[in-house]
Ligand binder design. Structure first.
Ligand code: HPA
Length: 248
C-alpha cells in the first residue's frame, strides 16, 4: 500500500530514496521510504529549502505526482494561526471543513465538466485515524480552516471578519485538498497551531511560527508514524468515487 505525506520542509524529515516524478506541471521530487511495511512517499510542499511561498507552491504537480505513483491516501501537514482564544498555540487541529479565500486555480479539469462533492471535504477514515493518534496531545478533531492567499499574514480586520466563519487560518490547504479529491485520493489535514492570528496577539513573527514547529516536530512525527501503520488498505469512504460521481 502506498501512502503520501505532503508537509512543510521541517516537519517530517526522513532519509529515503529521492524519486523524481514528471508531471504536466513540471518535475516533482519525492522521498520514498518503507515504514510499517508500507511504501511512503514524502513531498516537501515548499520545495527542498522552503523557498517556494504558499501562493507559488506546485499544488497541481504535487497531487498529480501522488496520483501517478499510485498513492490513494495522503496526509497534508501544515501550520495555522488560531482565530479562537480556546484553540491554543501548540495544539493540534484536524479540520473537518474549510472555506476558500484564495485566488488560486482549484481544478485539474479544464476540458471536461466535473463538479466534485465537497460536502465532506476530508476523508473521514483518515481523519479518525489521525485523531486517534493525537489522543495523548492537546488536539481538536473538528473545526473550520480558512484558507487565505498569502504570502502576507492577515490584517486584524481580516481576522475579525474571518473568525465569524472559521476557527483557524492558513495558506496551504487550498487547492491541495480539492485537487486530491478530484483525483479520488483520500486526503486529510493535520495542522499545528503555531500562533494566534493577527489581532489575537500583539504581533506575529515567522521566528515564532518556526520555533513552534521545531518544538512540535517530534509529536507530528509520532502522529504520522502511527497513522501510516493504521490507515487501512481497504476503505469504504466515497473519496475514490468523487471524480466519477461529479462528471456531467
Ligand atoms: N495566518 C496564515 N497562515 C499561517 C498563520 C497565520 O496566522 N500561522 C501559520 N500559518
Amino acid at each position: 500500500m502506498k501512502i503520501g505525506i505532503i508537509g512543510g520542509t521541517g516537519f517530517y524529515e526522513i532519509a529515503g530514496e529521492k524519486i523524481e516524478i514528471s508531471t504536466d506541471y513540471g518535475k516533482v521530487e519525492t522521498i520514498h521510504f518503507k515504514k510499517s511495511n508500507r511504501d511512503v512517499f514524502f513531498i516537501s510542499r515548499h520545495g527542498k529549502n522552503h523557498h517556494t511561498p504558499a501562493h507559488k507552491v506546485n499544488y497541481h504537480g504535487n497531487v498529480q505526482a501522488m496520483k501517478k505513483i499510485g498513492i490513494d491516501a495522503v496526509v497534508g501537514i501544515s501550520t495555522v494561526g488560531s482565530m479562537k482564544k480556546g484553540i491554543k498555540p501548540g495544539s493540534i487541529f484536524i479540520p473537518n471543513d474549510f472555506i476558500d479565500f484564495t485566488k488560486r486555480k482549484t481544478t485539474f479539469f479544464d476540458k471536461e465538466t466535473i463538479h466534485i462533492d465537497l460536502s465532506e471535504p476530508f476523508c473521514p477514515i483518515i481523519r479518525k485515524i489521525l485523531f486517534q493518534e493525537t489522543k495523548k496531545y492537546r488536539a481538536l478533531n473538528e473545526g473550520i480552516y480558512i484558507a487565505t492567499e498569502g504570502p502576507h499574514l492577515e490584517t486584524k480586520a481580516e481576522v475579525a471578519m474571518l473568525k465569524n466563519f472559521g476557527d483557524v487560518v492558513g495558506m496551504t490547504l487550498v487547492p491541495e485538498a480539492i485537487l486530491a479529491r478530484e483525483m479520488g485520493i483520500c486526503y486529510a489535514s493535520l495542522c499545528l497551531v503555531s500562533n494566534y492570528a493577527a489581532g489575537l496577539q500583539k504581533r506575529l513573527s515567522i521566528k515564532e511560527i518556526k520555533d513552534m514547529y521545531k518544538a512540535k516536530k517530534p509529536i507530528i512525527k509520532k502522529i504520522i508514524d502511527g497513522a501510516i501503520e493504521k490507515i487501512p488498505e481497504k476503505r469504504n469512504c466515497r473519496c475514490r468515487h468523487a471524480p466519477k460521481e461529479g462528471k456531467m
